[in-house]
Design a protein around this ligand. Structure first.
Ligand code: SAH
Length: 350
């Protein structure tokens, strides 16, 4: 008998799926709360259901968080960052990161197995894209950590879709996962504590505008002109950076949420003051904040970390021009926490 995956379904979908078993609607609501509020990973934990009902459920359904395999786990030396490589029942695996900040716990999730975008500095795309993740697989990455945090009376309070994959190319699954995280009887995470990061898929941004979402948008910009951006990010040929910024600014205006522009600083490639001035011209008077990220080195490409003076000079040019700017506090660089590095290493070793 094939079992159906229950994790990742909405309340309505759950009610539909349970109907053939003769479960009343309020039972679906109870199960919904067990899965999304209490982070249960088995039917056995659902103590307000009868033994018979639990057996019936076990025979017909699976719960993904109970089936995840931890293929690898790495913890940073300061103990604040944990990165796991989570294996799904079909054998594919993705990276998920838990970060402990002073304001709470945030989880960075992957949206695809691998990636097709081929950004030159990124390890996620080294083996191409294998497949999209389902809503349940995106959500299960958060609940993997939530399960143990709950035992300590803590909870995940922020989610960033900034792991491997391009979320805008799997947008329905991503949005359903975020909606379930926001739901009453879920974790109740506010949309302003969720961020989707994109390499600049314009139709995806347009969809967010149409739906009127309040989720934070991050744009991986990394270069302030066509020539360099196309070299770093081939997607720039299809969706030009200037058009991306225009659409992102429209999202900022309609959502009232400042857009974050991520800019990896790579030694002698995009870290000059001239580049900083071009970035100022691009973002002047936009509802924007620039997040500078000293690159994690990619030895295969000859990309090195920027010199600290270069980071500082770049920062000052933006600051003096009144552009909001921060330098990313790097967490977990001792544990291959940049996109795709852990999975790439694990695949290499196979
Ligand atoms: N596809 C989405 C989300 C995944 S990438 C996007 O492009 O935004 C998440 C972030 O990690 C991006 O800003 C990406 O550029 C960054 N990143 C990838 N490789 C990196 C590296 N070697 N060093 C630092 N940041 C990196």
């Amino acid at each position: 008998m094939t079992q159906q995956e229950l994790f990742g379904t909405t309340l309505e979908e759950m009610q539909q799926a349970l109907l053939p078993l003769g479960f009343k609607k309020f039972r679906a609501e109870q199960i919904f709360r067990w899965l999304y509020e209490k982070a249960a990973s088995s039917f056995a934990e659902m103590t307000n259901l009868s033994k018979e009902q639990r057996t019936q459920l076990e025979n017909n359904f699976t719960i993904l968080p109970g089936q995840l395999k931890v293929v690898r786990e790495q913890r940073s030396t300061d103990g604040l960052t944990t990165k796991v490589l989570l294996g799904f029942p079909d054998g594919n695996c993705v990276e998920t990161v838990l970060m402990q900040h002073d304001y709470g716990y945030s989880v960075c999730v992957s949206s695809q197995v691998g990636c097709n975008m081929n950004c030159s500095f990124c390890a996620s795309g080294l083996q191409g894209m294998v497949r999209n993740l389902t809503c349940g697989e995106i959500l299960a990455q958060i609940y993997y950590f939530q399960h143990s945090l709950a035992e300590q009376g803590a909870r995940v309070s922020r989610v960033v879709v900034m792991g491997s994959g391009e979320p805008m190319l799997n947008l329905e699954a991503v949005l359903q996962a975020l909606q379930l995280l926001h739901a009453d009887h879920g974790l109740g995470i506010s949309y302003r504590n969720m961020t989707i990061s994109t390499c600049g898929i314009i139709p995806g941004i347009a969809t967010l505008i149409e739906r009127g979402t309040k989720i934070n948008l991050a744009i991986s910009l990394h270069a302030p002109n066509d020539e360099l951006r196309t070299e770093l990010m081939p997607i720039n040929k299809k969706y030009n950076y200037a058009d991306v910024v225009e659409m992102a600014e429209r999202y900022a205006q309609t959502s009232g949420r400042q857009v974050m522009y991520e800019y990896i600083l790579i030694d002698k490639l995009n870290d000059s003051e001239e580049m900083a001035r071009q970035l100022v011209t691009l973002l002047r008077r936009k509802l924007a904040v620039v997040n500078l990220i000293p690159a994690n080195p990619v030895p295969e490409k000859g990309y090195r970390r920027p010199r600290p003076e270069a980071v500082n000079n770049f920062f000052q040019v933006l600051k003096k021009a009144n552009i909001n700017v921060t330098v990313r506090r790097e967490m977990g660089k001792d544990i291959d926490a940049a996109c795709g590095q852990l999975r790439a290493k694990s695949l290499q070793e196979k």
